[in-house]
Design a protein around this ligand. Structure first.
Ligand SMILES: Nc1ncnc2c1ncn2[C@@H]1O[C@H](COP(=O)(O)OP(=O)(O)O)[C@@H](O)[C@H]1O
Ligand SMILES: [Mg+2]
Length: 280
């Protein structure tokens, strides 16, 4: 029996790389229990799953099924009650908070539904921020790189605008540029198109496609089964368990797109169709 959990020492924080033939992310027996006033609530009931490098995976499931909780285990936004998450050769469940922050800075781009750009910084300043925080690149390289990334996402003419002065689609594009600022191998997106019109959603998706072609690994939680179906692999979560996992065209049935989405109940579909930032 091991008395101490092995920890990855500070100096060993590196860019995650899968060993040949091995998955990039290995989650084992993940249980997450939230303590609530009403008692313990088990949001994840023992999930073991692997994700390979350069894969584009969508995660679907009803609201409340545990999708965000699951991806929060990968981003380190939250920690499992039990079980392990290994990414490359780092056991991220064992990192301290400061190690986690450093690890995340190098390895992870996170994209959220509501963009989470800093409102008092221009788009280019938002994109430069992760490079400054992780002390990557020289100051002039940061300027050049931020502008290149904004150009990549079609925002070269908006670099000095404030987030409030551009559209939701443009804010999300800037958030994606920010997410890839440090060239992380892994991008985790939680409902990245949940607040976008279908045209902006399609644009965000094409950007992700392009990044996967460049070798990034993307895990995307989505309510949009048409977008989900365009990822190579789809994982369906139900009540804290993985109930379906395979090629997207096998997991998602698009044969009759007029039917209510299988992942959403009627009420939820209704809600999403009338979604505003407050209710989505
Ligand atoms: N911090 C928390 N405290 C208590 N319960 C939580 C917390 N976070 C999530 N939950 C519960 O866990 C379940 C899964 O939540 P979540 O992962 O956010 O679902 P999804 O992203 O699939 O909509 C839900 O029932 C939710 O209410
Ligand atoms: Mg969620």
């Amino acid at each position: 029996m091991k008395l101490f959990r092995s920890r990855t020492p500070q100096s060993k924080i590196t860019v995650a790389k899968a060993a040949p033939g091995e998955p990039l992310i290995r989650m084992r027996d993940i249980v997450k229990i939230f303590k609530t006033d009403a008692g313990d609530f088990t949001a994840l009931k023992g999930i073991s799953i692997d994700f390979h490098e350069s894969q584009f995976v969508s995660v679907i499931g009803k609201s409340g099924s545990g999708k965000s909780t699951l991806v929060n285990m990968i981003t380190g936004i939250d920690r499992p009650t039990s079980g392990s998450v290994d990414i490359g050769d780092t056991s991220i469940s064992n990192l301290s908070e400061s190690e986690m922050a450093r690890w995340r800075g190098l390895n992870l781009g996170i994209v959220f539904q509501f963009y989470q750009l800093l409102p008092m910084l221009s788009l280019i300043e938002n994109v430069k921020l992760p490079m400054q925080l992780a002390e990557q690149y020289t100051p002039s390289e940061r300027d050049d790189r931020a502008m290149e990334l904004l150009t990549l996402v079609g925002l070269q003419d908006y670099a000095y605008k404030m987030p409030a002065n551009v559209s939701g689609g443009q804010q999300q594009s800037a958030a994606i540029a920010r997410a890839i600022a440090n060239d992380p191998p892994l991008i985790v997106a939680d409902e990245p198109t949940g607040n976008l019109d279908s045209r902006s959603a399609a644009m965000v998706f094409s950007l992700f496609d392009e990044l996967v072609n460049q070798g990034k690994t993307i895990i995307m939680v989505t309510h949009d089964r048409h977008l989900a179906a365009r990822a190579r692999r789809t994982v369906r979560i139900h009540d804290g368990l993985v109930v379906d996992d395979g090629p997207s065209h096998e997991v998602i049935d698009l044969s009759d797109s007029k039917q209510p989405q299988p992942d959403l109940d009627a009420e939820e579909t209704e809600l999403l169709e009338h979604a505003t930032p407050e209710t989505a």
